[in-house]
Write a protein of this length. Structure first.
Length: 219
């Protein structure tokens, strides 16, 4: 990043959402859908990264109005369980990035990935987690899959809100929860976490998602 771009960034001081991890591309699409539907993305920069240029990224996080580091999964998502080990080597670079978050920022973590979950102890920022496990801040449950849509519930601070995503005919022919299903649900949950941070009414967000189909999540 050259000096001029840094100067413009400091003057405008936008909010920044950085998405990392193996599920970052689908999560990026879900978060963009959220921002375009509810906030028109005003004053918000959202991007994904493999963290190959950490110096520039740390500048974005430290100088933004509201920095959010969203961590998806570092390991392969299993279809038959809701907790998995993740890749501790990949988590090292993410952990270093989390350390650069200021106290006024947010760290959003996939709670089901053990390597990601451990990052919560490496930051001064507020932490918000999502996942299928009971201790996640945004807990996913009651997944149903049929020929037209899949739906699930999220429990946030004791409030249970249903979410729906329309399916295409070529997607999700089986009625059980598999790896692909979970990728889409994790991406939606990550966007819901961002919505919570941005003070978006989550009931309204639920209705926005009901008008969304899987094309929004396609890469």
């Amino acid at each position: 990043m050259n000096i001029f771009k840094k100067f413009v960034f400091i003057i405008n001081k936008p909010s920044v959402i950085l998405i990392v991890g193996q599920g970052r591309l689908k999560a990026l699409r879900a978060v963009r859908f959220l921002l375009e539907s509810c906030l028109q993305r005003k004053g918000i920069i959202v991007f994904e990264s493999d963290l190959s240029k950490p110096k520039d990224i740390k500048f974005y996080l430290r100088k933004s109005k509201l920095p959010i580091l969203l961590v998806t999964n570092t390991g392969e998502i299993p279809f038959n369980k809701f907790s998995f080990e993740g890749d501790k080597k990949e988590a090292v670079a993410i952990r270093e990035m989390a350390k650069s978050l200021p106290a006024g920022g947010f760290l959003v973590l996939n709670f089901d990935d053990e390597a990601v979950r451990e990052i919560k102890n490496k930051t001064k920022a507020a932490v918000l987690t999502y996942g299928f496990q009971e201790k996640a801040d945004i807990k996913i449950s009651d997944v149903n899959i049929d020929s037209e849509e899949m739906n699930f519930k999220v429990n946030i601070e004791g409030n249970i809100i249903p979410f729906w995503i329309k399916k295409r005919n070529s997607e999700f022919k089986e009625k059980f929860l598999d790896k692909v299903d979970k990728e889409y649900i994790y991406s939606a949950a990550a966007a819901i976490a961002v919505g919570k941070i941005q003070n978006i009414n989550l009931v309204n967000l639920s209705q926005k998602f009901r008008g969304c189909n899987l094309d929004y999540f396609k890469i």
